[in-house]
Design a protein around this ligand. Structure first.
Ligand SMILES: *[C@@H]1O[C@H](CO)[C@@H](O)[C@H](O)[C@H]1NC(C)=O
Ligand SMILES: *[C@@H]1O[C@H](CO)[C@@H](O)[C@H](O)[C@H]1NC(C)=O
Ligand SMILES: *[C@@H]1O[C@H](CO)[C@@H](O)[C@H](O)[C@H]1NC(C)=O
Ligand SMILES: *[C@@H]1O[C@H](CO)[C@@H](O)[C@H](O)[C@H]1NC(C)=O
Ligand SMILES: *[C@@H]1O[C@H](CO)[C@@H](O)[C@H](O)[C@H]1NC(C)=O
Ligand SMILES: *[C@@H]1O[C@H](CO)[C@@H](O)[C@H](O)[C@H]1NC(C)=O
Ligand SMILES: *[C@@H]1O[C@H](CO)[C@@H](O)[C@H](O)[C@H]1NC(C)=O
Ligand SMILES: *[C@@H]1O[C@H](CO)[C@@H](O)[C@H](O)[C@H]1NC(C)=O
Ligand SMILES: *[C@@H]1O[C@H](CO)[C@@H](O)[C@H](O)[C@H]1NC(C)=O
Length: 498
């Protein structure tokens, strides 16, 4: 059992995550041993290095049983006072380790300020407990093109790992131009003109076109834009990760998974301003996403599919989630020509509430919409979605809105307990189609709103309305018969208490 297990066993661990704790322990132990051995046997490899090194450089090599190296960033000249840039020292360390066939890049406790760090194949970036990688807040520290603005980026790599118990921060608050309680105004790095408005800030951690990605036991904090971005990758395991984005800053998404297959997210804590877990298919299809046992709070949508839906999304499972005080719970937004198929949500507890209307969402616990991105878009479809064992407390009801050219099909609700009660004093009485379509429109609220929906099954659905302030409350169920086909209500109960 060697260090490499931490990487190559991602697949098998996806099947049996129970072994995780012991794996983690062994891994920790190995690292500790490893670093201990290294201290005694350090020697200089300066002569054989393919890159320029600093005089203080000493490479540390370990005769580990599977031949992995540990490269300590401090040995590559990182100073770590959080003010001087350690970019080249840390990057040299990663490159050196990668040139040896891979290894562990060890970042010791302290603060290390850095521009973009590029992870390579077979590299574990170990940010130790007490260590903080501080992402730059200066545009000149990033590449020219905004699609590659990240504090940590792995591209075209396999077997890449980010862990260690430490923190990666994006200094997001430095990107706030004006602090506002409803929504902060953010800086836009749009001088080159290739990105506009909200798309012009760096993301925190990204994996593009990677295979076997493992992110665990790490704190991702204060992203300026999205926190963790997975693009066109395969076999991704994310667990025991804590993410915190400023609650008033837009676009501080938790995890965005785009066009990637076989992703497992487990045991995460996500507290963000914008969407917490968002999957999309901008560049290719997305299959096999499982999210379990996560805690989420967001001022936007907690679990969102879309809106970028150019390709199919299928086989997505969300279980054992706790969603707290969020603006929207489980959302699907179809806007392009991909099809969304086979989605299950089970064993979920949530509370949703209104926030300032500049944030998308209107306290809907469950939201599914189809809305073409452009007048020429040929919309795909939403098919076979299951909601099971869901308990909600919310200020608004379920919203299901298809279109004549794209009916939502096969929506199954079973054992859903909803409590509708006002908890804020924001004005209700709207439907929120944003982004796109009719936008925000005045409409009475309802327990269940449906339009252009076919094959809908509701079994053991209990809706309870509570409280005396019912000024913007409308109907228990609201639909136009000509837009709803094959609807089944079995043991659907609606009650009202003061
Ligand atoms: C990062 O910071 C620490 C302490 O501030 C410093 O000792 C180290 O050289 C820097 N780089 C690391 C951890 O390798
Ligand atoms: C990564 O490690 C694997 C397994 O040891 C090896 O086959 C592969 O060539 C390595 N990749 C790189 C880019 O070094
Ligand atoms: C950059 O963004 C700012 C704020 O959103 C805007 O006022 C400005 O016109 C934009 N400039 C360019 C070149 O897009
Ligand atoms: C995901 O799987 C689909 C279907 O097999 C495939 O077309 C696509 O290229 C895969 N994507 C990645 C990033 O592996
Ligand atoms: C999705 O997972 C199933 C097994 O659970 C597997 O057979 C299939 O190949 C996976 N799809 C992709 C695109 O990897
Ligand atoms: C969805 O599930 C059905 C029935 O279980 C299966 O035939 C179909 O292949 C699945 N589609 C996707 C995209 O997972
Ligand atoms: C829903 O809850 C019931 C009763 O607790 C349980 O038997 C069933 O397995 C749950 N469904 C899922 C999909 O977890
Ligand atoms: C609205 O509620 C907040 C607390 O949730 C309170 O501070 C504020 O005074 C209330 N505003 C009005 C107009 O009632
Ligand atoms: C009831 O709600 C409306 C707006 O939704 C608000 O203006 C009013 O102050 C609320 N009344 C009470 C008694 O909370």
């Amino acid at each position: 059992m060697g260090l490499k297990l931490g990487l190559s066993s991602v697949v098998s661990r996806m099947g049996s995550l129970d072994g995780r704790k012991s794996c983690k322990l062994v891994f920790r132990l190995l690292i500790t041993l490893f670093v201990g051995i290294l201290m005694k046997n350090s020697f200089s490899l300066a002569a054989s290095l393919p890159f320029e090194i600093r005089p203080s450089f000493q490479a540390l090599k370990a005769e580990f049983e599977d031949g992995r190296f540990v490269c300590r960033v401090s040995d590559f000249g990182a100073t770590g006072n959080g003010e001087v840039y350690d970019t080249s020292a840390i990057q040299s360390s990663i490159d050196y380790c990668a040139n040896q066939g891979g290894g562990v890049v060890y970042v010791s406790p302290g603060e290390n300020l850095t521009g973009t760090l590029y992870l390579k194949s077979n590299i574990t970036l170990w940010v130790d407990k007490g260590a903080t990688i501080v992402g730059s807040a200066r545009q000149e520290d990033f590449l020219a093109h905004w699609t590659r603005w990240y504090t940590i980026l792995a591209e075209d790599a396999e077997n890449v790992e980010l862990t260690g118990g430490g923190i990666v921060t994006g200094q997001g608050l430095k990107f706030v131009v004006e602090f506002k309680e409803e929504k902060n105004i953010m800086v836009s790095w749009n001088v080159t003109g290739d990105c506009v408005g909200d798309e012009c800030r760096p993301r925190l951690v990204g994996f593009i076109n990677c295979k076997n990605v493992h992110i665990w036991n790490v704190f991702l904090r204060e992203p300026a834009y999205w926190c963790l971005h997975i693009v066109k990758s395969n076999i991704i395991s994310i667990h025991d990760v804590s993410m915190h984005g400023d609650f008033n800053s837009p676009n501080t998404d938790g995890i965005d998974i785009d066009s990637s297959n076989n992703t497992v997210i487990k045991d995460c804590h996500i507290d963000t301003g914008d969407d917490a877990i968002c999957s999309k298919s901008e560049l290719g299809p997305l299959y096999n996403l499982t999210v379990t046992n996560c805690w989420i709070r967001t001022k936007s949508c907690a679990v969102k599919l879309g809106s970028m839906t150019n390709f199919n999304l299928g086989n997505l499972h969300f279980e054992q989630l706790v969603i707290v005080d969020s603006h929207r719970g489980l959302g699907i937004q179809l806007r392009d020509s991909g099809n969304i198929n086979n989605v299950t949500y089970a064993n979920i507890q949530m509370s949703t509430r209104y926030y300032h209307p500049s944030w998308w969402g209107l306290a809907e616990p469950i939201y599914v919409s189809a809305c073409p991105r452009t007048p020429d878009t040929v919309l795909g479809s939403v098919n076979n979605v299951h909601y099971m064992n869901i308990t909600t407390t919310s200020e608004n009801g379920i919203f299901l809105s298809g279109l004549e050219e794209s009916f939502l099909k096969g929506l199954h609700f079973r054992n859903v307990k909803m409590t509708l009660a006002r908890s804020t004093n924001f004005t209700g009485g709207y439907h929120d189609y944003r982004p796109g379509c009719q936008g925000l429109v005045t409409h009475r609220m309802s327990g269940l709103f449906m339009e252009y929906v076919k094959d809908i099954w509701m079994q053991e659905v209990f809706v309870q309305w509570k409280g005396s302030n019912v000024s913007d409350w409308g109907l228990p169920i609201d639909f136009t018969p000509s837009t709803v086909g094959n609807m089944h209500l079995m043991n659907y109960e609606n009650t009202y208490t003061v």
